[in-house]
Design a protein around this ligand. Structure first.
Ligand code: PMP
Length: 415
C-alpha cells in the first residue's frame, strides 16, 4: 500500500502567488513571482508575440500533427543561433532538443548527465533558483549536490574570489557546475566579463562541465548579444576554433545550455524551451543524441507545438525580430527605471542606509538583504509579498505603488 505519505511543504513561489491572490487588501503588492508585469501590474503579451500569433492564425495550412521527438527543427536552429551566435551549428558540435521550458531543459540535462557523464558532484550556487536542487534531487538522485559560495551577503555583491577558490579546491574533473548565464536568480549579481574569462579558464584547466541555465537572455540588458556573452565565451574558450587542433582529452567533456523562452518572450504558460549539448569537436554526437531522445520519448514523447511556432516565427523574420528586440527594451527599461525609483524612495529615510544595490543588480530580481522576520512583517502588516530569502521581483513595482513599497520597507527596517 502507499501508506501514510508525509506531506511535502508547499512550493514557496507558487504558495506565495496563491496567498497573494487570496488577499483582499486594496494595496496588496506581489514582489514574489518571477513574471513580468506592465506599469499597471498586469501581464503583458509582447507586441511581437501578438503579431506572430496573428500571422500563425492566418496560415490556414498549419496542422496539429505530432512534432518529432527532438521538436520543431526550425525552432531549434533559431534557438541555438540566439544563444550561440549565427550559424552556430556550422562551428559547434551541438545536439539540440526542444524541452518543456527551462525547467524541462534543466531536468533532461540532469538526467542525461547523471546517466552518461556520471559526475561525482553537481555544484550549485549559494543561493540559487530553488528548483535547481529539486530538479537534481528528482532527476539525478545519484549525483551529490554541493553548494559553491556566490554572494557576499554583507556587502551585497558577488563573492567572486571565494567562488573561484571553492571550485578550484573542491570540484573534480567531470563535475557539473551550474552557472546562471545572466541575471542571476535570486541575487541579480552577475560576474563581469573579466570574471567570466577567469571562470572559463578554470573550467578548461580542471575539465569541469559547465551547465548554463539561460532563463533571461535579453531581459537583463535588453540586448540578447550582451546577455549571451558568457555562454559564447565559454563555448569559444572550451571548444572554439583555437582549440580545434587540441587533443580532445585536454578539453572538458562538454558543456550544455538549458534555455527558457518564458521570460524573454512572455510565454510562461506555453512552456517553450531548448536543451543544447555541446561536445568537443572530435567527439561523435550521434550516441548522445540518441540517449537524449530516449529520455524525451519516455517522459513527454514529443514537445508541444504552439509556443515553439511563435518563437520560430519571430526569430526567423527580420521585422518581427526587431519588434521583439524593442519589446525586450520595453521590459528591461521599465525594470531599470523601477530599480532607481525604488532606491530613491527607500533612501528618503536616512535610517534605511544605502540601497545602491537595487541599481547595481541586474535583471528581474534583487536581493534586498531583508531578514525573514522583516519579510513576514511586510506580508502580514503591509500585504507585500516577497520570498522569505528577501528576494524581490522588480516587475511588481510601478509608479503607483513604489512609494507604498518604500514606506513599508522603511517601516520594517526600523523594527
Ligand atoms: N532557471 C532559472 C534561473 C529561472 O529563474 C527560471 C524561471 N524562474 C527557470 C530556469 C525556468 O523557468 P521555466 O521552466 O518557466 O522556463
Amino acid at each position: 500500500t502507499l501508506g501514510d505519505i508525509p506531506q511535502q511543504p508547499r512550493d514557496e513561489a507558487f504558495a506565495l502567488t496563491a496567498d497573494f491572490k487570496a488577499d483582499n487588501h486594496p494595496n496588496k503588492v506581489s514582489l514574489s513571482a518571477g513574471v513580468y508585469r506592465d506599469g499597471n501590474s498586469k501581464p503583458w503579451v509582447l507586441s511581437s508575440v501578438r503579431e506572430a500569433k496573428r500571422i500563425l492564425h492566418e496560415m490556414t495550412d498549419l496542422d496539429h500533427e505530432y512534432l518529432p521527438i527532438q521538436g520543431l527543427d526550425s525552432f531549434l536552429v533559431a534557438a541555438r543561433d540566439l544563444i550561440l551566435g549565427k550559424d552556430s551549428a556550422a562551428t559547434t558540435n551541438v545536439v539540440s532538443l526542444q524541452t518543456i521550458s527551462g525547467t524541462g531543459a534543466n531536468h533532461v540535462g540532469a538526467a542525461f548527465l547523471s546517466q552518461k557523464l556520471q559526475p561525482k558532484n553537481v555544484f550549485i550556487s549559494d543561493p540559487t533558483w530553488s528548483n535547481h536542487h529539486l530538479v537534481w534531487t528528482v532527476g539525478a538522485p545519484n549525483v551529490t549536490q554541493r553548494k559553491y559560495p556566490y554572494y557576499d551577503f554583507s556587502n551585497h555583491t558577488l563573492d567572486f574570489d571565494v567562488m573561484m577558490s571553492t571550485l578550484e579546491a573542491e570540484a573534480e574533473e567531470n563535475d557539473v557546475v551550474i552557472l546562471h548565464a545572466c541575471s542571476h536568480n535570486p541575487t541579480g549579481a552577475d560576474p563581469s566579463r573579466e570574471q567570466w574569462q577567469s571562470l572559463a579558464t578554470l573550467f578548461k584547466r580542471r575539465k569541469l562541465f559547465a551547465f548554463f541555465d539561460s532563463a533571461y537572455q535579453g531581459f537583463a540588458t535588453g540586448d540578447v548579444e550582451v546577455d549571451g556573452w558568457a555562454v559564447r565565451h565559454f563555448q569559444q574558450t572550451l571548444f572554439g576554433e583555437s582549440s580545434a587542433d587540441e587533443d580532445p582529452c585536454s578539453a572538458p567533456p562538454g558543456m550544455c545550455i538549458a534555455q527558457s523562452f518564458a521570460k524573454n518572450f512572455g510565454l510562461y504558460g506555453e512552456r517553450v524551451g531548448a536543451f543544447h549539448l555541446i561536445l568537443p569537436n572530435q567527439t561523435p554526437a550521434a550516441g548522445a543524441k540518441s540517449e537524449l531522445l530516449r529520455l524525451v520519448r519516455a517522459e513527454i514523447s514529443n514537445p508541444p507545438l504552439f509556443g515553439a511556432r511563435i518563437v520560430q516565427t519571430i526569430l526567423s523574420d527580420a521585422k518581427l525580430r526587431a519588434m521583439w528586440e524593442d519589446d525586450l527594451r520595453v521590459m528591461s527599461g521599465r525594470i531599470t527605471k523601477m530599480r532607481s525609483l525604488l532606491r530613491q524612495a527607500i533612501e528618503e529615510d536616512p535610517h534605511s542606509g544605502d540601497w545602491s544595490r537595487l541599481e547595481s543588480q541586474i535583471g528581474m530580481f534583487s536581493f534586498t538583504g531583508l531578514s525573514e522576520k522583516q519579510v513576514l512583517r511586510l506580508r502580514e502588516f503591509h500585504h507585500i509579498y516577497l520570498m522569505n530569502n528577501g528576494r524581490i521581483s522588480l516587475s511588481g513595482v510601478n509608479e503607483g505603488n513604489v512609494k507604498y513599497i518604500a514606506e513599508a520597507f522603511n517601516e520594517v527596517l526600523r523594527q
